[in-house]
Design a protein around this ligand. Structure first.
Ligand SMILES: Cc1ncc(COP(=O)(O)O)c(C=O)c1O
Length: 398
């Protein structure tokens, strides 16, 4: 209502923003509210670890606040954090990056994605997006006035991309391709061999890879993570984005980072500065503690994710009309094939809420190739997973 008590006039909205559809992501939560089931359902739609942020990370954040470390930091982030990131990249990802010029601390990987695309793209450029996809890849591409071109994943005997399909989708306007492994929403991991074959196509056509790797440490069954930026010849064709959100259960602290060559990062700075100036100062101190501190808690977290994953795999095996798109070997998600239920993914998600009191995310929220699936997050407690699986069994029989 305005001051005269009238409905507000409709403001004209950017055509880019208008063309981003409302995600079924939110629609399913609206559906829960509509039924008045907010307190009755089990939430398997939430993509964040249930664990508290470890104490040494919280202590670093408290100390920084109490010391009034609350002013702007250097735009690229405090040097001790960039140095910690450089060490980690070298040790774990086999990527050599100069903390002075090739690493930028971002407000989560999400802001890194936006800033990277804004730095890279012109309107009309085409961006290859393996599909189903994390929805912001699509939204950010549209916001840049660029065109998303979907390349379907192969979800058979694990997750992979067909390099020939990628090559077929390339046109003179193609500029970049998203690579995302371990993968949300599918739970698969792209193999080193597959990434190698993809990198050959990328180099042949001089594309830029935007490699989004926030789940790199959540792996099962001996799966290994490869950063595509570490493969031969890829240094100048890769922007690596990562995040401390999921690994350290600090999603609200909003710390991620972007890594690319100096030429790109000089320009990245212009956009990052225009939007963020810098990442949160207190959270940067917490991030230093996270990267340099003990990591033994990860083993316990990992064990719980693994136990949850095994519970789901066993249960789904016994429940009729549903199966897993691939056996999850990375992230805390699995992608449930619901095609035999004879419903759309939105209908199936609503059915699970109504009949099973379980909230999942309709696969259509991850693009057209996600239709026929729902995503389950198992970053929740073992008891919730157990009950939710029993409820799904209850409403499908078996
Ligand atoms: C694939 C993927 N990339 C990026 C992000 C964003 O992470 P951050 O919290 O670092 O912004 C998420 C969060 O769910 C994600 O799943």
């Amino acid at each position: 209502m305005n001051s005269a008590g009238e409905e507000p006039k409709t403001m004209e909205i950017s055509r880019y923003v208008s063309s981003i559809p409302k995600s079924p992501f939110y629609k399913i939560v609206d559906y829960v509210k509509e039924l008045g089931y907010e307190d009755k359902v089990l939430y398997l739609n939430v993509g964040l670890p249930r664990f508290d942020t470890p104490e040494h990370i919280l202590a670093a954040a408290s100390k920084a606040s109490l010391e009034s470390f609350t002013k702007y930091t250097p735009e690229a982030g405090i040097m001790e954090l960039r140095e910690a990131i450089a060490d980690k990249l070298k040790k774990e990802n086999k990527i050599e990056a100069d903390p002075n010029s090739e690493i930028f601390v971002t407000c989560g990987a999400q802001a890194g994605l936006y800033v990277a695309l804004k730095t890279l793209l012109n309107p009309g450029d085409e961006v290859l997006i393996p599909s189903p996809f994390y929805p912001p890849y699509y939204a950010h591409t549209i916001l840049m006035g660029a065109k998303p071109v979907l390349v379907p994943y192969i979800m058979k005997d694990g997750l992979s991309l067909n390099p020939d399909e990628i090559e077929k989708a390339i046109t003179p306007k193609s500029r970049a391709i998203f690579i995302h492994t371990p993968n949300n929403p599918i739970g698969g991991v792209l193999s080193r061999e597959n990434l190698k074959a993809i990198s050959e196509v990328v180099l042949k056509h001089n594309l830029v890879v935007i490699s989004d790797e926030p789940y790199e440490k959540i792996l099962f069954d001996g799966a290994e993570h490869t950063s595509i930026g570490s493969l031969p010849g890829m240094e100048d064709n890769t922007i690596t984005l990562n995040s401390l959100s999921k690994t350290y259960s600090m999603t609200g602290l909003r710390i991620g980072y972007a890594v690319a060559n100096r030429n790109f990062m000089t320009n990245f700075l212009k956009v990052h500065h225009a939007i963020n100036i810098c990442a949160n100062s207190v959270a940067q101190k917490a991030a230093v503690a996270a990267l340099n501190g003990p990591h033994d808690f990860l083993r316990d977290w990992q064990q719980e994710y693994d136990a949850n994953r095994n519970r789901i795999v066993r249960a789904i095996d016994e429940i009729p009309k549903v199966s897993l798109a691939v056996k999850p070997i990375g992230t805390f998600y699995c992608f449930l094939d619901i095609r035999e239920m004879g419903m759309s993914s939105e209908e199936a998600a609503e059915f699970f809420v109504r009949e099973g009191k379980v909230v999942t995310t309709p696969g259509s929220g991850f693009g057209s190739h996600g239709e026929g699936f729902v995503r389950i997050s198992f970053a929740t407690s073992p008891t919730i997973i157990e009950t939710a699986m029993n409820n799904i069994r209850g409403c499908l029989g078996g």
